[in-house]
Design a protein around this ligand. Structure first.
Ligand SMILES: *Cc1c(COP(=O)(O)O)cnc(C)c1O
Length: 421
């Protein structure tokens, strides 16, 4: 086998078969070069919300190309970014008043960390610690890897990663331990911000916790003057049942990161939203207080137009009803796995479902993940377990029979892996 020219993400080319080309996408499906139709049950890594190539979003992209490409976003502005920023503040939790654009989820989190540290630097308060949650994932840049769970994914880079303070994941009925750990860090007076994924920790294994924990964290943060950064890169845009997951805890973060579903998944774009306090701390006739951050493709006008079109879809279509129906279908399908000794920790938050396959070796590198993927692929499904954690996060347009097919496949594949068939 000749080695590929293209180096694919999170791919061990020595172990994976050559990749099939996708030639088109539509709705919940990918179509490959051999004429196969593949149900995209992971929304192409969690970005596709409504479905692939939503007509209104694709049309908005076509229209935008008649006027725009990339426009420098220092010195100049443009209507797609302005409309998107206004629309975003309209759907975001209250108290968020400013929008900083970038181009990926990782970058939106880097921006959030810089905003938090810049805030305390500019107001002259010596706070530089970041608190994060065990099993968190915030991206693959050096800063976001530093804030994320340490393990085989980032062992090679460990010497360069900065230190953060970690609180335990709030396991059910052990939530107080998490809150106490957070308060203990806060008492040092040096915590600038807590960075966390609200309600669902995605790449860390689709681990879920109760909204009340988020509410309690907000209260502790308030008591100690520490900022709350919500990484809603995965949870935003209806994934957890509400537009943003924070809503379910009635929590407004000081900083919110959004990316994946921002354009309905059509184009790369990200935004970091913040309060007036944070913006104002950078507002000064002293140039040293400027927020020194930019990416070349900041606020790409075509991507922003796609974002505006996505907001219009939310305004004009009953996206909420589709999400609710998908949630109910998940619940019905999941019934068959209750009291099933092949699985444990069956969990659902809105449109996201996860369950652990009861195999002795767990962890991402356990080869059950790749083995399951192969079996799912043979059944026309794109499902990518995280180690022994099987999850579904389909686009909202997925139909009842399509979803049932995914559950049938999970049933079959679980038995094959466990050698019961
Ligand atoms: C995917 C993800 C990121 C990183 O986003 P990229 O666009 O891949 O850089 C950050 N945080 C969370 C919670 C994510 O799920």
């Amino acid at each position: 086998m000749t080695n590929p020219i293209i180096w694919h993400p999170f791919t061990q080319h020595a172990l994976e078969p050559p990749m099939k080309r996708i030639v088109s996408t539509e709705g919940a499906y990918l179509f490959d070069e051999d004429g196969n139709r593949i149900l995209d049950a992971v929304s192409s890594w969690w970005v596709i919300t409504h479905g692939h190539r939503h007509p209104a979003i694709m049309q908005a992209i076509r229209d935008a190309t008649e006027a725009y490409d990339q426009i420098i976003f220092a010195e100049y502005s443009h209507a797609p970014a302005e409309r998107l920023a206004e629309g975003l503040l309209g759907v975001a939790p209250s108290g968020l008043k400013h929008v900083f654009f970038s181009d990926s989820g990782s970058t939106s989190v880097e921006v959030a960390l810089k905003m938090a540290l810049g805030y305390f630097h500019n107001i002259g308060e010596a706070r530089d610690r970041i608190v994060v949650m065990e099993h968190g994932y915030h991206g693959d840049t050096i800063g976001t890897m530093s804030a994320g769970e340490r393990g085989v994914f980032n062992a090679a880079y460990a010497p360069l990663l900065f230190g953060v303070d970690r609180i335990p994941f709030p396991e059910q009925s052990a939530e107080q331990t998490t809150l106490d750990a957070f308060e203990t860090f806060c008492r040092t007076g040096s915590v600038a911000a807590i960075l966390l994924e609200p309600l669902v920790l995605g790449a860390g294994g689709m681990k879920t916790y109760a909204p009340a924990v988020l509410g309690a964290i907000r209260q502790i943060a308030d008591r100690h003057g520490c900022l709350v950064i919500a990484d809603e890169v995965m949870t935003g845009w209806g994934r957890t049942g509400t537009m943003f997951a924070c809503e379910q805890a009635e929590v407004s973060p000081d900083i919110l990161c959004t990316s994946k579903g921002l354009t309905g998944g059509a184009l790369p774009l990200a935004a970091t939203l913040c309060t007036s306090d944070i913006f104002d701390a950078h507002l000064s006739t002293d140039r040293r207080k400027t927020f020194f951050h930019s990416s070349s493709y900041t606020a790409n006008a075509i991507a922003c137009a796609a974002g505006v079109a996505n907001l219009d879809v939310w305004k004009h279509e009953d996206v909420g009803a589709g999400i609710k129906a998908l949630g109910e279908r998940h619940r019905e399908n999941l019934q068959r796995f209750r009291d099933d000794d092949r699985f444990s920790a069956i969990r659902q938050v809105g449109t996201i479902v996860a369950l652990d396959l009861n195999v002795p070796a767990s962890g991402y590198l356990a080869d059950v993940g790749p083995r399951m993927r192969k079996h799912f692929r043979e059944r026309g499904l794109l499902i990518r377990p995280l180690g022994n954690v099987i999850y579904l996060m389909p686009p909202y347009c997925v139909s009842a029979p399509e979803l049932a097919h995914a559950y049938d496949a999970i049933d079959e594949v679980a038995s094959i892996i466990l050698g019961r068939q």
